[in-house]
Design a protein around this ligand. Structure first.
Ligand SMILES: NC(=O)C1=CN([C@@H]2O[C@H](COP(=O)(O)OP(=O)(O)OC[C@H]3O[C@@H](n4cnc5c(N)ncnc54)[C@H](OP(=O)(O)O)[C@@H]3O)[C@@H](O)[C@H]2O)C=CC1
Ligand SMILES: O=C(O)CCC(=O)C(=O)O
Ligand SMILES: [Mg+2]
Length: 431
């Protein structure tokens, strides 16, 4: 066990370990959690009670999570004068699986994102965000039930990595001088008053993300993986992402996938009918269709033809936008779960798609559904499927009963609006 300076793990639990690439989960696993800022504490209180009740009900006391509170964000700063204490990083590393609430990131200055920092520190290269519809949830579209997508958002690169220099600093002047004088760049429109951001996208980063997405599609009997990119404009980053993705699919998944590159090759050689037949045969044989779409077109097609999309593999910033857009389409960010995963080291930090929603902080008001469903993903990851299923069906039932938090209540006819904690109670009652 590492040497913890401020906060030690509970004596009652045992660590999760990784053996031959598989998680070894004891009956009383130590699971670190970060409560989060803003609405985080309200949401966490409701969520933890739901997780404990489901595990108790599913396993009758044989299994129990040994929760280990670790600190980040405002609570860490107030207690230890650090935004992301070393103990927290050690705990998330040592205990492999953890869960967190949202953390504040100031806009345009101050600390960089702690959420991104955690992903970078643990090299959690996949941000996995499944988006499905729960019957009865108010939605702004006519057929929300057609949305059943799983987003694989690259989590370690892109403009999101935070390689940038502020306008007016000596650093940005140095970068602009280098670009203009040594690289012959003439296209910076206002060089004296520009900030500069860098967008790194690598073959390695792309391949591990796309590999994870295709493996997921195979394991979960999905039909397609779509590479979403803006490669027509950003040719060597987003365009390369598309090319590398296709190359990987053809090289590593020859027998399990059929790509649109292959489709084009057949079309060129034998015509459209032959290409269509090859694709239909591949589909009938259960192969995953690997295709691509430009990001702006994707954003309109998820509204008009969502049934055409299944597993999505995309870059970091696109994935951020797409996650919120799809969440809204199935009724909002209040039930949008997620996980940050490194499939090689086994490390996983589960977290909601939404942020701290600061205007609701401390009001016991917001929907805890996103963190609760992130916990469902975590229980599934541990292999505790029975507990996960109890929670999912209890959420379905609560929504069916129209006992919901403000976000759904304001759009649902005949709903009973309950507080964040009461929604947790309702889920527990419905288990
Ligand atoms: N992973 C993380 O920790 C993330 C952190 N953030 C951070 O969170 C802070 C606030 O970001 P902001 O842009 O306001 O985005 P938020 O996602 O926090 O909130 C935007 C809106 O989404 C709705 N919403 C959010 N959470 C819930 C919930 N649990 N239940 C119901 N509705 C919800 C509310 O809508 P309405 O107003 O309609 O009621 C809210 O005003 C920023 O510092 C940002 O950087 C943002 C995203 C992820
Ligand atoms: O880190 C943040 O503050 C924002 C992150 C975010 O929006 C996301 O990961 O979806
Ligand atoms: Mg986001």
């Amino acid at each position: 066990m590492p040497d913890f300076k401020h906060y030690a793990p509970p004596a009652t639990g045992k660590p999760i370990s990784l053996q031959d690439g598989k998680l070894n989960v004891p009956d009383h696993p130590i699971i670190p959690f970060i409560e989060g800022d803003g609405t985080g504490p309200d949401i966490w209180r409701a969520s933890q009670r739901v997780f404990d009740a489901a595990v108790e009900k599913a396993y009758g006391g044989k299994r129990k999570i040994a929760w280990y509170e670790v600190y980040a964000g405002e609570k860490a700063f107030n207690k230890y004068n650090e935004w992301l204490p070393e103990d927290t990083l050690k705990a998330l590393t040592e205990y492999i699986v953890s869960i967190k609430g949202p953390l504040t990131t100031p806009v345009g200055g101050g600390i960089r994102s702690l959420n991104v920092a955690l992903r970078q520190e643990l090299d959690l290269y996949v941000c996995l965000r499944p988006v499905r519809y729960f019957q009865g949830v108010p939605s702004p579209v006519r057929h929300p039930e057609q949305v059943d997508m799983v987003i694989f958002r690259e989590n370690s690169e892109d403009i999101y990595a935070g390689v940038e220099w502020a306008e007016g600093t000596p650093e940005v002047k140095k970068v602009i001088d280098f670009l203009q004088k040594e690289m012959g760049v003439k296209k910076i429109r206002f060089p004296e008053t520009s900030g500069i951001g860098i967008k790194p996208v690598s073959r390695e980063g792309t391949e591990r993300l796309v590999r994870a997405a295709i493996n997921y599609a195979i394991q979960h009997n999905r039909k397609s993986v779509t590479l979403v990119h803006k490669g027509n404009i950003m040719k060597f980053t987003e365009g390369a992402f598309k090319n590398w993705g296709y190359e990987l699919a053809e090289r590593e998944f020859r027998d399990q996938a059929f790509t649109w590159v292959e489709y084009d090759r057949i079309k060129e050689a034998q015509g459209t009918d032959a290409a269509n037949k090859a694709q239909a045969d591949a589909q009938a044989a259960g192969k995953i269709i690997v295709k691509d779409v430009i990001a702006d077109a994707f954003l309109q097609q998820i509204l008009t033809r969502p049934a055409e999309y299944d597993v999505i593999a995309t870059l970091n910033l696109n994935g951020d936008y797409v996650s919120d857009a799809l969440a809204a389409q199935v009724g909002g960010i209040g039930i949008a779960p997620g996980a940050n995963i490194n499939y090689v080291s086994g490390h996983a930090v589960f977290e909601a798609t939404h942020g701290t929603a600061p205007k609701y902080a401390g009001l016991d008001k917001v929907n805890p559904g996103s963190v609760i469903l992130s916990g469902v993903m975590m229980l599934e990851h541990l292999g505790w499927q029975e507990a996960a299923d109890l929670i999912t069906s209890a959420i379905e039932k609560s929504i069916e009963q129209k006992v919901v938090t403000y976000d759904f209540a304001r759009l649902m006819e005949g709903a009973t609006e309950v507080k964040c904690s009461e929604f947790g109670d309702q889920i527990i009652k419905n288990m």
